[in-house]
Design a protein around this ligand. Structure first.
Ligand code: ACO
Length: 401
């Protein structure tokens, strides 16, 4: 007779799905995405409405706590985040250890991880109050250290959060304000950045979010899980694409602006080059975020009076690629990263900071997903494999090999 107890937990049928193209890793109530129809909703609200009518902290609250905040709840959330924007001064010693040339994403991942050492209570949250504190600390401190990666690179002194200003405005100040004088920020820049952060705020089980959930599933703390998410986001196939897009557009520009040549190169299977900012694992029709960002690029550059030849190249590239049979057959459309870099550039953000901006935008999504996973009591993430190595082999002593 079969011993059911012995079979329990034994290797049964294992599905293999490289890249988890068709594997759901969890149930989630946070973000709805329909790749065929190009629909994206946070907690049921259309991305178009949120980008138009809400601000980034409102959307962060929605993602993390499940409902749009009342005015009082929003004010409390902003105040609670402010309380935690001071970063331990000794964190600066860690930054000092990095070479000036270090990529900001590498520095950000390390600094986020280092936050665990300076905030031990936030590592193993035991109740709702500690969880709420960890959420506000992460929102507050991450923004500050993200900008410190840039200050370090520039050799500027580190800046502190200004409690009289909003979250997104503080980002620009933390980046650019110098002790030598006040920094004037165009309100349109803040509004555009706010919108960009909203568009990046969550995207269900993408690579970095899945990373955050799987790291957190071992009951690693929020900072450690987010630090891993930053590393996952850095890759050029994910968030790193926004930097790669701009570098590609610059290369096309420097090579005489021949977009057709680069489209041809992207189709060549012997050439590893891909059109950066094109294609998406889930969107097979259009990326609704790209539609909003494309319009925002026109608006922001127009309002700031910036005439960027790279925007023209991006538009030509999009036109040629969308008419091309290769791209049509594979449903490859511009994604969220295709136009965002052009807006960042117009705002004066250096290209190596682009993915850091993505990380700031994605932060509430990572937090919301981590929180949902922990509150659902999900089991540790531990995929199986199909072993393709040797069968049992006899060991040979070193002098017999
Ligand atoms: N340029 C040229 N060909 C492409 C591109 C591209 N940008 N993207 C996909 N393809 C081709 C592939 O070569 C493949 O062709 P084949 O069927 O002849 O082999 C086919 O389209 C399907 O591509 P996959 O790589 O299998 O699709 P997958 O879902 O695994 O990858 C990804 C999606 C990683 C986004 C891919 O489209 C890509 O590399 N794009 C460029 C990088 C980029 O913009 N990343 C940002 C994504 S959005 C985000 O993370 C925020």
């Amino acid at each position: 007779a079969i011993d059911i107890e012995k079979l329990r937990g034994a290797t049964g049928a294992i599905t293999i799905d490289p890249g988890y193209k068709n594997t759901g890793s969890c149930k989630s109530e946070i973000t709805f995405l329909d790749g065929e129809e190009g629909i994206l909703r946070y907690r049921g609200y259309a991305i178009e409405d949120l980008a138009e009518k809400a601000d980034f902290l409102e959307v962060s609250y929605l993602l993390i706590f499940g409902e749009l905040p009342t005015a009082a709840q929003l004010e409390k959330f902003e105040n609670d985040i402010r309380k935690y924007t001071l970063v331990h001064e000794e964190m600066k010693n860690i930054i000092d250890g990095f070479p000036k040339t270090a990529h900001p994403m590498g520095v950000l991942s390390s600094l986020t991880s280092a936050l665990t050492a300076f905030n031990p209570k936030s590592v193993n949250v035991k109740n709702e109050k500690e969880l709420y504190e960890a959420v506000c600390k992460t929102m507050g401190k991450f923004l500050v250290i993200a900008t410190w990666t840039y200050r370090k690179r520039m050799g500027f002194p580190m800046n502190y959060y200004d409690n009289t200003k909003g979250y997104v405005e503080n980002f620009m100040r933390l980046m650019f304000e110098l002790p030598t004088g006040p920094y004037k920020i165009d309100k349109r820049v803040i509004d555009a950045l706010d919108k960009l952060f909203i568009l990046h705020a969550d995207h269900e089980q993408n690579c970095s979010t899945s990373t955050v959930r799987i790291v957190g599933s071992s009951h690693a703390g929020l900072f450690a899980s987010i630090s891993a998410g930053v590393s996952a986001l850095w890759g050029p196939l994910h968030g790193g694409a926004n930097q790669a897009v701009l570098e590609m557009l610059q290369e096309i520009h420097d090579n005489g602006g021949d977009v057709a040549k680069f489209v041809l190169k992207a189709k060549d299977k012997d050439d590893p080059f891909r059109l950066m900012g094109f294609g998406h694992r889930v969107y097979k029709n259009f990326d609704p975020r790209a539609t909003i960002i494309k319009k925002a690029a026109d608006d922001v550059l127009g309002a700031l009076g910036v005439d960027d030849p790279l925007l023209d190249i991006a538009k030509q590239l999009e036109k040629v690629a969308l008419e091309d049979e290769y791209f049509k057959a594979r449903n490859l459309y511009p994604n969220v990263d295709f136009y965002s870099g052009i807006i960042y550039r117009a705002m004066g953000i250096p290209v190596e900071m682009f993915t850091v901006l993505f990380a700031i935008g994605r932060l509430p999504g990572w937090i919301a997903q981590w929180k949902e996973m922990r509150l659902n009591g999900e089991p540790i993430g531990r995929p199986r494999q199909v072993y393709t190595g040797y069968t049992a082999r006899a060991f040979k002593e070193v002098n017999e090999r």
